[in-house]
Write a protein that binds this ligand. Structure first.
Ligand SMILES: O=C(CO)[C@H](O)[C@H](O)COP(=O)(O)O
Length: 262
């Protein structure tokens, strides 16, 4: 591995590398979006190229689709694949029940559809994403552009009486223009600070006309692989309640993605 990587990137890489252990020949695999998921896609690309791994990937964004193609992974749309064996994706926050906040990269809609269509979802993350209670990370809510300011006001009003600490939302920007998702929508980032009941909040938000989806993933994630910069990896499985700790050793070789052994 390149020694230029920051500790956080090393941690993300190790999480991604460990998660490839769950990928088997013949699987249809949902490919997440973001910097941690990008490591996964690169590791899988290497396994396709060097080890003859035979998988199809279903990307959760245009960005991931481009990367997957570049590293030689055969990709299908979700409509072509229909159901997936496994999705591996990053997260902005995960709590002790493996409920998540996602959408920091703006791909929450496709990510949620793909994860829900999967037999199993595994989150890969560094330890900084772990929280006791969700909500410090602003919750992304995807809304259609038509009437977004009305939707914003409505969403803030719908939060009254719910178990959250803040109600302010901001339109996500890309320079001077609104950030536009792959589906052509906008994103409101909700500064809730603390989310007491993620399931209730998710249901309420999705009732607002104009809201397409929110970044809360409740009861979707099965396991989290947590990477540390020193090569330590921890796997927590919510279904069987196990936690497994291991270590990935680095062996110096030329290729950035071929230099890992466990
Ligand atoms: O939900 C996401 C994109 O919509 C990402 O998975 C999330 O933002 C984590 O990103 P990163 O791995 O870069 O920290």
């Amino acid at each position: 591995m390149s020694s230029d990587l920051s500790p956080i990137d090393r941690a993300k890489f190790f999480a991604a590398r460990r998660a490839t252990d769950y990928v088997e020949n013949g699987m249809r695999v949902g490919l997440g979006t973001g910097s941690t998921a990008a490591w996964l896609v690169k590791c899988l690309g290497e396994m396709v190229r060097d080890d003859g791994l035979n998988i199809v990937g279903v990307p959760t964004s245009l960005q991931t689709a481009t990367l997957a193609r570049d590293v030689g992974i055969t990709i299908l749309s979700l409509d072509e694949a229909r159901w997936l064996d496994l999705t591996i994706d990053g997260a902005d926050e995960y709590d002790g029940n493996l409920n998540l906040i996602k959408g920091g990269g703006g791909a929450l809609l496709q990510e949620k559809i793909v994860a829900t269509a999967s037999e199993r979802m595994i989150v890969i993350a560094d330890a900084s994403k772990q929280v006791d209670t969700l909500g410090a990370f602003p919750l992304p809510v995807e809304v259609i552009p038509f009437g977004w300011q009305t939707t914003k006001t409505l969403v803030e009003e719908m939060l009254i009486g719910l178990d959250v600490m803040g109600r302010q939302s901001t339109l996500r920007m890309n320079g001077s223009q609104p950030f536009v998702t792959d589906e052509g929508n906008y994103i409101l980032d909700l500064n809730l600070r603390r989310i007491g009941n993620a399931q209730q909040l998710s249901l309420v938000l999705n009732q607002a006309p104009g809201v397409v989806e929110n970044g809360l993933f409740v009861d979707i994630c099965d396991a989290v692989v947590i990477g540390y910069s020193n090569g330590k990896v921890e796997v927590r499985d919510i279904n069987d309640g196990t936690t497994e700790t291991g270590h990935i050793e680095i062996v110096e070789k030329d290729n950035l993605f071929s230099d890992i052994s466990e």
